[in-house]
Ligand binder design. Structure first.
Ligand SMILES: [Zn+2]
Length: 287
């Protein structure tokens, strides 16, 4: 009888211990948010139309949910404030500040996708942008209550006056007064345990970054920002024509290749439409 009671006690103790361990090791989640399809010209990346599988590019943003907080990575190409999602995907026409035309077709708003997984922009602890170009910052203002993690050189390119390439400055204007952490190291470990690391990968813009996420089941994933646009830039070794510093982009690619190899990580090219279409989208997630 005593033995049975002891056994029951041991089972209870083991269950409590196990649930405690589970709570402490709640896996990091990576959500892919779909920002639509961008019409693009592969010539801007020294590629001929016949060299790419598709000339269109994907627009993607990502939410990382860590036991210690949440991080939004990039915020799309179309501001949620400028359209209302309906049953069908909608084509949006933008005229950038350099008068270039851009066309994006999208079905869901960024905040709508966050809502589906139980978050509002105001709930998000940290915002990081791969860089400040228009197709990554459209909803940045919505995250002005988050802590913005940014390299000083990149922030200096944004404020007080954007320095180059077609930005839509009004879409990130609210970040000027957001709570800001200036990143001073090449690697910035967001939650202090090595699972979510912003990595310098400069060249496309002065402070361009990529994001490493170490997932328990999926393994390491690097979100490439605009280090590449088309996957064929990687396979055919082509550099974009309009980067802030092309030679630096080449060096950043080499450094990242070493890291990918060393950590056996996957590279997710955010603009790679073919790969993007195969990814699970929120509310599904990678862990
Ligand atoms: Zn881009």
């Amino acid at each position: 009888m005593v033995r049975r009671a002891l056994l029951a006690l041991a089972v209870v103790a083991a269950t409590v211990f196990q649930s405690g361990v589970q709570a402490a090791e709640q896996p990091v989640r990576l959500y892919v948010l779909d920002g639509g399809v961008l019409e693009s010209d592969p010539g801007r990346y020294r590629l001929k139309p016949e060299e790419v599988e598709t000339t269109q590019l994907s627009i993607a943003s990502f939410l990382i949910v860590h036991p210690k907080g949440t991080l939004m990575w990039d915020t799309g190409a179309i501001s949620d404030e400028t359209w209302t999602p309906g049953r069908r995907a909608q084509a949006r026409h933008l005229v950038l500040s350099n008068n270039a035309d851009r066309y994006v077709t999208l079905a869901k708003s960024l905040t709508g996708q966050l809502k589906e997984i139980g978050y509002q922009p105001a709930d998000i602890n940290y915002l990081a942008l791969s860089h400040y170009h228009w197709d990554h910052v459209a909803n940045a203002n919505a995250f002005a209550k988050s802590t913005w993690l940014v390299r000083k050189v990149e922030r200096d390119a944004m404020f007080p006056q954007p320095t180059a390439e077609p930005p839509q400055p009004s879409n990130f204007a609210s970040l000027m007064n957001a709570k800001t952490t200036l990143i001073t190291t090449d690697d910035y470990d967001v939650f202090g345990d090595g699972t979510v690391v912003i990595k310098a990968s400069t060249g496309h813009t002065p402070g361009h970054s990529v994001l490493y996420v170490k997932l328990a089941k999926t393994g390491g994933v690097v979100l490439a920002g605009d280090l590449y646009h088309y996957p064929e830039e990687r396979t055919l070794n082509r550099l974009p024509i309009a980067d802030f510093d092309q030679a630096q982009t080449g060096r950043s690619r080499e450094v990242l290749d070493g890291f990918l190899k060393q950590t056996s990580s996957q590279l997710w090219i955010q603009h790679d439409l073919v790969a993007h279409r195969k990814l699970k989208k929120a509310p599904a997630y990678y862990d």
